[in-house]
Structures are given as structure tokens and as C-alpha cells.
Write a protein that binds this ligand. Sequence first.
Ligand code: NAP
Length: 474
Amino acid sequence: MMKLCTDSYINGQWVAGSQRLPVLNPATGHLLADVALADEAECDAAVRAASDAAADWAACAPRTRAEILRRAFELMTDSADELAQLITAENGKVLADARAEVAYAAEFFRWFSEEAVRVQGDYRLAPNGDKRIVTTHEPVGVSLLITPWNFPAAMATRKIAPALAAGCTVILKPAAETPLTALAIADLLDRAAVPAGVVNVVLPGDVGPAVKRMLDDPRVRNLSFTGSTEVGRILLHACADTVVRTSMELGGNAPFVVLAGADVEVAVEAAIVAKMRNGGAACTAANRFYVHRDLVESFTAALTRRMQSLVVGPGDRPGVQLGCLVSEKEREKVARLVQASIDEGARRTTNAAEHVTGAFYPPTVLAGVKADAAILRQEIFGPVAPIVSFDSEDEAVRLANDTEFGLIAYVLGPESTALRVAGRLEAGMVAVNRGVVSDPAASFGGMKQSGLGREGGFDGIHEFLETKYIAVNA
Ligand code: NAP
């Protein structure tokens, strides 16, 4: 039975602190728990604990680290159901999405348990023959990990697992909306026998100054952030003062391009996954639908039917396919974006929102959206699909690339054309004729203002490793 953890986790101890933060269920508004807010002294203690544990953890045999991570995978898999319920309770997503998240999150522990023992260096003769070039990789050191609320388990394990595999110690700062999942993961790592101080979890009250203080501490050498581009920019500035190394997984504005000749049925099924996974609250969510003029009518009609058939309700109710957004504030933001597009001339083809209690927003399709509409410029982060039509491949590519973001793109159409278009899109990831790309074994990350660095795959561990070159006489 998983216990509900609500205190900060510092140096292997649960610390109650003096201030608490209420965590609410967004479907009901009911209080789930009061979670400890870490003050300055507690954040300092977390940095000290991570720093004190760093040398021993870095020196620990990779196989030992791998086995601890493997144990974490097994413990997480064993408590998958309870963890999924906790995610649904504090985030609002439906249980099916929460279960999928737990499976995905656990997989990072398994994948990086396998990667921990496979870090390669090299040993070779210099071109002029005067020396041997030896290249090794060392843990970068104490790493601060900051995660968002939309995937409270997976965004944490996607950072903790490679950090621990590389031999780094960490301080995790979860999002204020969803700290319970992060604390449950700390408990699970404790049970997996992660040594005290290797993983610490704190939720500071005044996040900006608290994070800045930690980044200014010379013991902190690395920041791995997942969240909005706006906060990413602030943190890049903050890291400049002490030249802290950074990995940035930031916002997206994914185009979903349906080319001439695409199979509309396949395109709509992919659209439902790309748009509606996590209720639309995903950095990978299809945000702008560009559909060839020949298909726009049939695609809009079929997508409208599919969206309208989704059952909306509390995420823990059987049969429900779309839960609520994480907060009333998020719901209002989505409602404002939809209203603004309608005011600009778009047509809602799905039923209008009914007022209900809780942060619910209905599945919405907007047809006839203008190519320069505001809704296409920012992340909607909700169940809304704005559709724009295009006439040529060049126009589709131009529209899709017309954004400062470059995380992911979706292309639907005959394979050879779709592959050619995929090559022209400015995105770190492209899905061809499918609605999902995420896989712990693949590199995840964006171009342009969607981020710096990659998580998962063979690259993920290198975000926590420094390269060292040693010159040896030949
Ligand atoms: P957010 O507002 O940027 O917050 C993310 C995290 O940063 C939270 O833990 C937040 O803490 C913290 N934070 C906020 N202001 C800060 C500051 N001044 N200094 C230090 N930390 C600060 O993002 P969100 O609304 O939680 O998440 C949604 C965003 O995440 C979307 O833009 C989405 O695209 C992006 N995302 C990207 C990926 C990816 O892999 N590229 C994956 C998932 C989500 P508090 O909660 O305490 O404010």
C-alpha cells in the first residue's frame, strides 16, 4: 500500500517544515492534502545533502546504480494503479492517461538502468602520433530538476533516472499543482535503497527567489528544466551568473499537417491521439491543424464527430475519456482563446461549453480559423482543435514553420510526400502518419525556442555527464 507523502524529502528524511500548501482535486475543488513548503534553510539543506552525497554516488559502481534504478522500475510498476489514482486526483487527467503516464514514467527507470553501464569513452592515437587521446565522461554534479504539472510522474523520472544513472545527485522541485506524485516517487526511490542525499524533493513557497538562490550556490552545477518557454528564458538568464549547465525542455506549438492524398480516417484517429492525450495538456499536443483544401471538409466533419463522441467527466469515473484541466485558471485561459477565435471569424463545429463545476472544458473543433489567428500563436493546452486550410505543400511548410517553437510536428499523407515534408519542418521530432512519438528509448527535445538538449534515448544520460579529455604520451 502506497503511503501519502506530504513532507519535503531531504537527506533521506521527511521534513514537515513550518508552512503548508493545500493541494486540490481540480475535478471537485476538494482538498487532497497539505504539502510542506520548504523555506530557505530547507532548500539549503537539500543542496548540502545532495553535495555531501555526490562523491560517494559518483564513485558507486555503475552496476550498483543500475540495480537500484531497476528496483525503482519494479516498485513503480507494482504500485502503478495507486500512483495513477494519485495523478488523476491531483492533475485531473483520466485514469487511462494516468496509467499510461505511470508505464511511461517507470520505463525511464528501466531504460536508464540499462544505460548506466554503457557509457562509452574512447582511447586513440592523435593524428600526429605524439600522444594518446583518452576521452571519459564524468557526472556533472549536483543537479537541480524542475518539472511541470502536466506529466507529474514522467517529467520527474525522465530527469531523475538519467541523473542517477550518470552518477549525479539531485534536488527535484515539482510543480505546485502536483507535488504529491513527486513525493510518492521520492518514497519509492527511498524503498529502492537510493542512499540518503542522492535524491531530495523540495517545494519552495516563493519559487523564483528560492530557485535563483539554489542556482547561485556554487555546489549546484546543472539545471534540468521542463516547463514553459517563458520560465525557461528566466532560468537561462539566472544560470548565466554562475554558468550553470542547462537542459531545457520547453513549450511547443505543434502543427498537424494533413497533406493531399492523406487517408482521412487515419488522419482523424492520429489527430485524436495527438490532440487529446492528456486532455490536450501536453507539450506535444497538436496545436494547429493545417489541412489540404481538398480534405478540409471531410476531415473537419469526421474530427467533429469523434471529438463530440468523447465522454467528459471526473477522471476516476469508469468510461470517462476526457477529464478536467488542472485548474479553473487554465480552463478560463482556454475559454478566452476559443472566444477570441470566434470573434475573429472562426466557426465552432462542436457543441458549446456548458457551465459545470470543476475545471472542465468540452472537446472543441474550430473551423475556418485565419492563418494569423492568436490561438495559433500560443499553446492552447486544452481540448481544442483549430483548423486552417492550405493549397500547396510549400504553403503548408511555411505555415507550420511560422512559429518560434519547434518541439514536434505531425505529418499525415502518402509516405514519400510525408517524409519529404518531415524533412522540411523545423521540429526536434516529427510523427509520420501517427499521433504519438514519445518513447523512453528515443531522443525527446525541441529546436528553436522549444528547448536545448535532449531527454531519453542515448542522449539523455549525456545531459548529466561532462566530457573529460586526458592526453597521455604515446
Ligand atoms: P511553468 O509555469 O513554466 O512551470 C514549470 C515549473 O517551473 C514549475 O515547477 C514551476 O513552479 C516552476 N517555475 C515557475 N516560475 C519559476 C521561476 N521564476 N523560477 C523557477 N521555477 C519556476 O510550466 P507549467 O505551466 O507547469 O507546464 C506547462 C508548460 O510546460 C507548457 O509550456 C509545456 O509545453 C511545457 N512542457 C514541456 C515539455 C517538454 O518536454 N518540452 C514537457 C511537458 C511540459 P510552480 O508550479 O511552483 O509555479
